[in-house]
Design a protein around this ligand. Structure first.
Ligand SMILES: Cc1ncc(COP(=O)(O)O)c(C=O)c1O
Length: 365
């Protein structure tokens, strides 16, 4: 038996009828761009994450760009984000015209360390982008307190954290806006690229909508210079078909995480994920730490278990940021994690037998 890292085909098979019907209806109705499916998904997703507005767009990277462009970041502005994320988070700060300032992560949760944010603030800082990494909320009370004290905006990167909660409130509703990715492997995934930015601020929602649609809300009326970042009708219909299952899929991931936790937490050298207080983790990724990570990964892979490293190089140390001349001692936690982290197979449909195989192999290593 081999154990895949994720199994999108299996998920499709469990809801094939709903997905196939949704796709057929889009083709029948020629509803490829905008149209009723996109409007419906925007309403449904806003309801699901308990915010007023959802502005759909082409992917989670564009969502970050739209939020920052609508917040009018300018050259010279500094935006603080975590040293440990996917590059979209920081790259969009640059593309929106501001300067990236990295802050180290908390040693145990891999999310941005509020003390490191505070230390990175300068008179040019305008905002903070925490990432709810792997599906675990960042320390939002501390981050919102810092933002209030320094009059900074907060945009939450929720690409990996659909339905995650902090103190029983959903992530995505703390900051002025929050961005989502519906990349196929995400907890809520399309069958292609898709994304959204959500907000409770009606004016910001309208501005982001215009930016995403060539600068206007009505055809040929361009109030600003926008971009073309649309969620297409097919992806919207697929996402609407999947959304009613998200709660159950999330619970299945959490149940699977509990099994890994219970069976791996006593294994020598294995550090299972630490969940911070008041946080509900949705386990987009189940990431352990091990001092001999590469050898453990090779052992698992050689025995039919797929793993991943999210991510092998912390952001400040990527070639893309060589201009910052980052030194390991500036980001000790993110630097240390990059050599130790290993994501194990995690998906809603994973079976106990599959998990047992992973667990046995980790124990035997
Ligand atoms: C934390 C984070 N931010 C942003 C993104 C970008 O999303 P997309 O791939 O939809 O552009 C991702 C997706 O991988 C992500 O994991």
């Amino acid at each position: 038996m081999s154990v895949p890292f994720a199994d999108l085909q299996l998920q499709y098979q469990t809801i094939k009828g709903e997905i196939d019907a949704a796709i057929s209806a889009v083709i029948r109705d020629n509803a490829f761009i905008r149209g009723p499916n996109v409007d419906a998904f925007e309403r449904e997703f806003a309801d699901a994450v308990e915010v007023k507005h959802c502005v759909s767009c082409a992917n989670g990277t564009d969502a970050l760009y739209l939020a920052m462009a609508a917040l009018n970041v300018r050259p010279g502005d500094e935006v603080i984000t975590t040293a440990h994320s996917w590059i979209s988070t920081s790259a969009m700060i640059t593309h929106a015209g501001a300067s990236v300032v990295f802050a180290d992560t908390d040693e145990r949760t891999f999310t941005i360390d509020p003390a490191a944010i505070e230390a990175a603030i300068t008179p040019r800082t305008v905002g903070i982008i925490p990432v709810h990494l792997y599906g675990q909320p960042a320390d939002m009370d501390a981050i919102m307190a810092i933002a209030a004290r320094h009059k900074l905006w907060v945009v939450e990167d929720c690409a990996q954290a659909h339905l995650a909660r902090y103190k029983d409130r959903q992530v995505g509703s703390f900051g002025v806006a929050a961005t989502y990715s519906f990349y196929p492997g995400k907890n809520l995934g399309a069958m292609g690229d898709a994304g959204a930015v959500v907000t409770n601020d009606s004016a910001l929602a309208e501005h982001m909508t215009m930016l995403a649609r060539h600068g206007g809300l009505t055809k040929y009326q361009h109030h600003i210079e926008g971009i073309n970042s649309r969620l297409d009708g097919m992806q919207a219909a697929i996402l609407s078909a999947k959304l009613p299952h998200l709660r159950d899929w999330t619970k299945a991931r959490q149940d699977a995480a509990r099994i890994y936790d219970a069976c791996l937490n006593q294994v020598e050298d294995v550090m299972v994920p630490t969940v911070g207080p008041d946080r509900t983790h949705v386990y987009h990724l189940y990431t352990i730490e091990h001092p001999r990570r590469d050898a453990l990964a090779a052992h698992l892979n050689a025995n039919g278990v797929q793993t991943a490293i999210n991510y092998p190089t912390a952001l400040p140390f990527l070639a893309a940021y060589s201009r910052l001349k980052a030194r390991p001692e500036q980001f000790p936690n993110a630097y240390r994690a990059q050599g130790r982290i290993l994501s194990l197979p995690m998906f809603a449909e994973i079976t106990r037998e599959q998990q047992d195989k992973v667990i046995e192999l980790v124990r035997a290593f």
